[in-house]
Design a protein around this ligand. Structure first.
Ligand SMILES: Cc1cc2nc3c(=O)[nH]c(=O)nc-3n(C[C@H](O)[C@H](O)[C@H](O)COP(=O)(O)OP(=O)(O)OC[C@H]3O[C@@H](n4cnc5c(N)ncnc54)[C@H](O)[C@@H]3O)c2cc1C
Length: 502
């Protein structure tokens, strides 16, 4: 499926600086039936979602659960879930492309993304056979909706400081606490809840919405994603059967963080999906709008915006499908076992974070430029671009803020180099050379870790674009990547860095 040169028979994460591949998987490598599934998802988005944006934003009663059921009827709610539990068992990469097409609107995207993604991943990777049989089929069919409840009012980035507790009484788990910002809260039938047993052992629980002591607060008044449900989950002596503990006591961090690794990869697709639509509507507007007696699409500065927007989209897309293929290859080589899948999700945690940070920042930048094309009309709610602009902002905040992801990327990368699991190499381009030099600096202050992560993100992005070899985009992106890499290295060393060809 994909040609990747790696130093071992099993592809390893964090090896992209030391052993750059000779080619990568790109979207043109999807074949036959795969493309039919992708088209079905795009068709669903355009016909069922983009035609109902006002109703979705008003949270018209019953509408979102119905749309999820309809998506489920088409097989779209469990595309990468195992077939034994009603899923289609498709590859992570194909699931990513389908998710991108299902994400042309942010509110539907987050609802669909959570129920078909992060709420199923924990169950698939860590559930017992009985738990999977009981909960997965209705999630994969779209008959029920899932939610993931980690955050609390006083524990966001510092997730392990959660205070929601679980106590075993008379053979049942009694949960107490408040979970904050829970996507899908209003519609969810099943919550994956992180709580500490006896206030100490961080653990994961499957909490049905109709369990005694479970309630949902009012909807948060959000600046964007108005059609998605975000509310608090209140647990007041919530009474959960003993068999609803997921995985082992005290190992909830494995469930939470493995789900987040794949969740970050999926969020990258959920971020480029709306940008695809933002560019599309900006292009239609530019062709239509006339100033100075001609279409604004004929002006050089407007054309330059579209070249840059497409180039950024192209880079994000190249990184996502390269990473998805690596994860799929690791899944296949480990025999598709649950244990192997856990290892693969862990192996590519850095690449998943890189995709999350790059794609969400590309989304912010692209939607901002797309809005600029609309001029003053873009600043009104009369035109659909304002919705994309508002919706985009949260992508840099959830699934780990981009600051937390930046701290993680370089820290994990350096640890793998120190453990001999990755090498720095010499760098196969100016950006990669800067990254190699920057990674040699042995300081652990946050500013150093942040600049090193920037270099790793740029190196992965530049390599992905270069390997895809589309000259038009190279001309726009490579000089930009070079300049950003020189700036990041200079911030680390304090010495000026000469740009190639300048
Ligand atoms: C619309 C929406 C939907 C959400 N959906 C869900 C969901 O379904 N389930 C769920 O569990 N959560 C969900 N969240 C919560 C989300 O994951 C958190 O908001 C996020 O993790 C950040 O936590 P916080 O808001 O408490 O910010 P804080 O952690 O308080 O961070 C505030 C600022 O400080 C920075 N910061 C924090 N710690 C550090 C550090 N060590 N070093 C440097 N900078 C730092 C952050 O990057 C940020 O800029 C959602 C949030 C929103 C807005």
């Amino acid at each position: 499926m994909v040609a990747v040169t790696t130093p071992s028979s099993r592809p390893l994460g964090c090896t992209f600086l030391g052993a750059p591949p000779s080619s990568i998987f790109t979207v043109s490598d999807f074949v036959g039936d795969e493309n039919l599934m992708i088209e079905a998802a795009e068709d669903f988005s355009r016909k069922e979602i983009l035609t109902r944006l006002e109703e979705i934003d008003r949270q018209e009663p019953g509408l979102m659960p119905r749309l999820i059921r309809e998506a489920g009827a088409l097989g779209l709610c469990g595309v990468d879930a195992p077939e034994a539990y009603g899923g289609l068992g498709l590859s992570k990469n194909l699931a990513a492309r389908i998710l991108e097409m299902m994400s042309l609107n942010g509110s539907f995207s987050v609802t669909y993304g959570i129920t078909s993604g992060i709420s199923q991943v924990g169950l698939t990777l860590f559930g017992t056979e009985g738990q999977k049989q009981r909960f997965l089929p209705s999630l994969t069919s779209g008959e029920s909706i899932g939610a993931y409840a980690l955050s609390e009012p006083n524990s966001g980035s510092d997730a392990l400081s959660a205070t929601t507790r679980a106590d075993l009484r008379d053979g049942k788990w009694i949960l107490n606490g408040t979970k904050m910002w829970i996507s899908n809260a209003q519609w969810a039938d099943l919550f994956l809840v992180m709580a500490k047993i006896d206030g100490q052992q961080f653990s994961a629980f499957l909490v049905p919405k109709d369990a005694p002591g479970v309630s949902i607060s009012r909807e948060e008044h959000k600046m964007g994603l108005k059609g998605s449900s975000t509310a608090r989950l209140i647990l007041e002596n919530a009474d959960i059967p003993a068999e609803n503990l997921l995985h082992e006591p005290g190992k909830g961090h494995q469930v939470a963080f493995n789900a987040l690794n794949i969740g970050r990869f999926k969020l990258a697709s959920m971020s480029v999906g709306p940008t695809r639509h933002a560019i599309e509507i900006a292009a239609a507007y530019a062709a239509d709008r006339k100033q100075f007696g001609q279409s604004i699409a004929s002006f050089g500065l407007i054309q330059q915006k579209f070249r840059k927007m497409r180039a950024w989209y192209h880079a994000a897309e190249s990184m996502i499908y390269r990473t998805g293929a690596l994860i799929d290859e690791a899944f296949e080589q480990d025999g598709g076992t649950v244990d192997g899948n856990r290892k693969a999700a862990e192996e590519y945690a850095v690449e998943c974070s890189i995709c999350k940070v790059f794609s969400t920042e590309a989304q912010s930048w692209i939607t901002d430029e797309a809005l600029q094309v609309f001029g003053g009309y873009g600043f009104t709610e009369e035109f659909p671009i304002a919705r994309h602009y508002r919706d985009a902002r949260v992508s840099r905040i959830y699934e780990g803020t981009n600051e937390i992801n930046r701290l993680f990327i370089s820290d994990r990368f350096r640890r793998r180099v120190q453990a001999g699991l990755a090498t720095l190499g010499t760098g196969d381009s100016f950006v990669a050379e800067c990254a190699v030099e920057g990674l040699k600096i042995d300081r652990t202050d946050q500013e150093t870790l942040g600049a090193q992560s920037d270099l790793l993100i740029l190196a992965y992005a530049e390599q992905s674009v270069r390997l895809r070899d589309v000259r038009e985009h190279d001309a726009t992106l490579i000089p930009f990547f070079n300049a950003r890499a020189a700036e990041a290295l200079q911030s680390l060393t304090g010495a000026p860095v000469a740009l190639p060809g300048v």
